[in-house]
Structure formats: structure tokens, C-alpha cells
Design a protein around this ligand. Sequence first.
Ligand code: GLY
Length: 373
Amino acid sequence: MLTKDRIEEVLQFAESQVRRLVENYPDFFPIYTVGGKWFHTGELWTDWTGGFLAGMMWQFYRRTRSPYWREKAVHYSKLLEHRKEDRNVHDLGFIFLNSYLPWYEETGDPALKDVIITAGRTLALRYQPKGKYLCSFIGPHSLFIDIMMNVPIVFYAAIHTGDQQLMDIALNHCRTTRDRLVRPDGSVAHEGLFDVETGQFLRQSTHQGLSAESCWARGLAWSLYGFTKVHAMTGLEEFLEVAERNAQYWILHLPVDKIPYWDFCADLAQPPPWGAQKETSSAAIAASGLLDLARQTKVPEHSVAYRSTALAMLEALTDPQYLAISTPGWEGILKHAVYHTRKNLGVDESVMWGDYFFVEGLTKLALEKEASN
Ligand code: GLY
């Protein structure tokens, strides 16, 4: 059972893993492990995960108020500031909402808020007015489901500047994603392809999932949590409906042990990595998202189902089968995550975002338990 003591024990293990990383490899922002080790020379595909390392430090600081974690969180956040004008990635939400936003929330320093707003404006430059979406790093013809976790920084910039054009960009992006990538049963496609001349939608596609028609587990987790965040920021019920559709697909298709396979359409009779390969990072993302969705849904029975699923997933992740606590020499926190199967990057390894969302989900529980004591 996920008692207060167990949550604290697991978070202290997470702290020790991150402390070892920053002491062994100062100022290094890893993406995935190789054989359980963070430092390697493998390909990044795209540089999108810096905010998760800084983000874990902010999560540790929020819970412990330790000066060590505050100093590290500030230092690692500052190392990301130059990315606020990076036009090569669609990931500025991942980078700044987990680093500069908690820093701003701790201090109220307007200079920190300006960094977030600049990053939001930079992300908005990816907008394709004909197709009405923020394009992925692949090119102007490509829409990724992952961007649902980044569009909140455009909403943030719109809300904090009163810029209606930014607001329209963010709203249009969410509606195009809902209409083109989220299917009626709540499953999602990873990518949508468009004709850049006309803006016409052509077809669904994938890079990291099994196929264009399948449901890549992490893509569904990004959608579930992203639409949940957008509903929280806008209050618009149309986005709550999408998050709940995603949640229902998730809950209906989750294996009995509560940890999804890498793609909900994978043939489980086949061996890993294309068949029965677990993907712990998607469980961590969905669990943290479901904890929020449980508070946002208007339906009490849904709230109970979302929260109990989130708790069951987080508890399953604390089993030594998944948590690296009993694996000497393993440098990540969660084992058995997958970054990119087709490119053979970080398959059955630890990934920085899996560790981050696991820590975020457990910290939400630790702080709510503290508040109710
Ligand atoms: N590129 C985002 C992801 O791997 O989920």
C-alpha cells in the first residue's frame, strides 16, 4: 500500500539517484540510460528533456525545503534559459513549465515570468495558420500529440499578457489535435500529416508507436494529461471531455498489473521490444495526470476511478520490478521505460521524463497527505 512512509521512502530513493547523477556528471542533462547508465554518446533524436531534471529538483525542494535542492534547482533551471528562443523544438512547455514556472511560483520574481512568456511566444511561432496547429520539430506538415503537453505555455503567455492572438493560436491547436488525432474511442494517433499549401489534413501517422492506426501508450498519456492541463487553465468543458475520453480508453485497456505495454495495440504474443514490452514512463505520466483529472471531473464515479487507477499505477511502479531500488548500479529511478523503439533509443531503460512524472505524482500525494495531517 502507498502509505505516507512508503511514499517518503521512495522519494528519498529518487533524491539519492538524482544527487548521484548531479555529483557524478555535473551540468549534464541526460535523456535515457544505456544499460542503466545515464552517460553515453547515443543519439538524442531531439533535445527536449532538460526541464525534467531541473523539475525533479524543484519537486524535491517543494517537499523537503532543502537548501541543497533549491540551489541545484536554480542552477539547473538557469542552464536552460537560453532555450527560451529555441525554434528547433516543440518542447518549450516541457522545458520551462517544470523549471522556470516552479521557480517563479516560489519567488514571484517577474523576470522569471518573462522567461516563461518569451518561451510561450517562441513556441507560438510554430503555428500553421492554414491547418490551425503548432507544428512538430519534424516540419510544418507535422502535428504531434506530444505538443498537448507544451501548448499550456502558450496559454500561460496569453493569459499573462492578455494577447488574444496567442490565445486563439493555443485554442485552435487544441481543437485541431482533438479533431485530427483523438479518435472517438479516446485512443490517439501520434502524428497528423497536413498539406502545407492548403492546410488540408491528409492522414494519421506515427514515429514512436506501432502504426498509424495503433495507440502509442505515451501518446495517450500526453493527450490525457495535456487536455487535463488545458481544461484547468481555460475552464472549457470541451477539453475536459477529451481528457475523460482518453482516461476511459486508458482505464479500459490497462493490463491487470496496471503498467501498460508500449503500445496498446502491440501483439502481446510477440517478444519485446515490438510485442510485450512494458513502458513505465507512460504509467507515470498518466498517473500524475489522472490525479488532477480526478479533481476536475464533474462526475463523482469518474473521480473515484481516476484516482484509484492513479494510485494503483504509482503503487505498481514502486515494486522493485520497476523501481531501481534493488538494482545495484542502475542510475535511473524507474526501469522498463521506452524512448524510441524504431530507432532503438532507450528501449527498456530509464528515461528522464518517466522519472520526473513519477516523482511529480508521488510529490502530489506527499503534499496532499501533509496538508491533511
Ligand atoms: N518525443 C516525446 C516522447 O518521446 O514522448
